[in-house]
Design a protein around this ligand. Structure first.
Ligand code: PMV
Length: 324
């Protein structure tokens, strides 16, 4: 039997950057995200795979390739899962992303969410949503958010887990993802945020100001106030990137195309169009608007030279898992 899990990536509006425990994968700040449709990670997992169990090791294939850098993290997660659930078998995991991997498009978020759901399903275990979210977090903190559709909050406190704030159909939004480079990034989020916590002089201020930003975003989402959400989304993004840039020797994830998109979105805002943007640990810009402004936003981005590809998405739903 094989379990198949399908998860969407998510994009944080109020960002997470930094851990209070590396070992337990606990975030130093809470965060709020939207789950996006249009991009999908599909993960198949089998605990009784003959090849894996004869060789005595997990087999991990991402996008058709066995990548040692991915295998390490996934195997460590599988070992912990095995130990906790008294499973003696090794797993075969095959995961496919229908979007660029490791380029700041949250492939680790959808990847570990799908892995956790498939690992439980193939072991015929039924965790609570909270438990599943915690297990996804142990692979990648942002993965805790990819279990839920729509608007999601990941809490800092305790054994952090994520819950849904608003379902995807309660306040539909459009997302235009401007791919400005599909190369893999040089510095991954794990090592980047560790260096920020250790060496960025503004890190303390970043952590301290987070609760106020979360509260603003919660209010904006509850009231479906796009303008309020737009302002806090942009502020949180720029704050996080300021922390990154002030992390010696300087974590600069942006390229020229990134800045081109940022300026174009700000120009649209000045013209009164309800639109905002956010950027993760990579050069892509996620442009978010209400559906009635989508055509105008798309037209405004279309002629920018720095954009390689524009992906149009909406809000995605909950993770799906089946056993075949
Ligand atoms: O949990 P990770 O390692 O995928 O880190 C995610 C960090 C950011 O994408 C930059 C911000 C966020 O909250 O998603």
């Amino acid at each position: 039997m094989v379990a198949v899990a399908k998860a969407h990536p998510n994009i944080a509006l109020v960002k997470y950057w930094g851990k209070r425990s590396e070992a337990e994968m606990l975030p130093d700040v809470g965060s709020i995200s939207i789950t996006v449709s249009g991009m999908l990670t599909t993960t198949k997992l089998a605990w009784d795979d003959p090849e894996a169990n004869t060789d005595g090791r997990d087999v991990v294939i991402v996008n058709g390739e066995s990548r040692p850098d991915e295998v390490g993290k996934v195997s460590a997660w599988l070992s912990r899962f095995r130990e906790h659930n008294n499973i003696s078998q090794f797993a075969r995991v095959e995961s496919i992303n229908d979007f660029p991997t490791g380029a700041g498009l949250a492939s680790s978020a959808s990847g570990f969410a799908a892995l956790a759901a498939a690992a439980f399903a193939d072991a015929e275990l039924s965790p609570t949503r909270e438990e599943l979210s915690r297990w996804a977090r142990r692979g990648s903190v942002s993965a805790a958010r990819s279990l839920h559709g729509g608007f999601v909050e990941l809490f800092r406190e305790g054994d952090s887990h994520a819950t849904q704030i608003l379902a995807e159909d309660e306040w539909p939004l459009d997302v235009h993802i401007a791919i400005t480079s599909s190369l893999r990034k040089d510095v991954g989020s794990t090592s980047g945020m560790k260096t920020s916590a250790e060496r960025c002089p503004y890190y303390g201020a970043w952590v301290e100001s987070q609760e106020a930003d979360l509260q603003t975003a919660r209010e904006a989402i509850a009231a479906k106030d796009f303008e309020k959400l737009a302002v806090i989304t942009e502020e949180s993004c720029l704050k996080m990137h300021s922390v990154m840039m002030a992390t010696p020797p300087g974590l600069i994830y942006w390229n020229a195309g990134t800045l081109e998109v940022v300026h174009r979105v700000r120009e649209l805002r000045r013209q009164g169009v309800g639109v905002t943007y956010t950027i993760d640990a990579g050069p892509q810009v996620k442009v978010i608007c209400e559906p009635q402004n989508s055509e105008r936003v798309k037209d405004a981005l279309n002629d920018l030279k720095g954009i390689e590809r524009l992906i149009h998405a909406g809000l995605g739903g909950d993770i799906e898992v089946t056993r075949q």
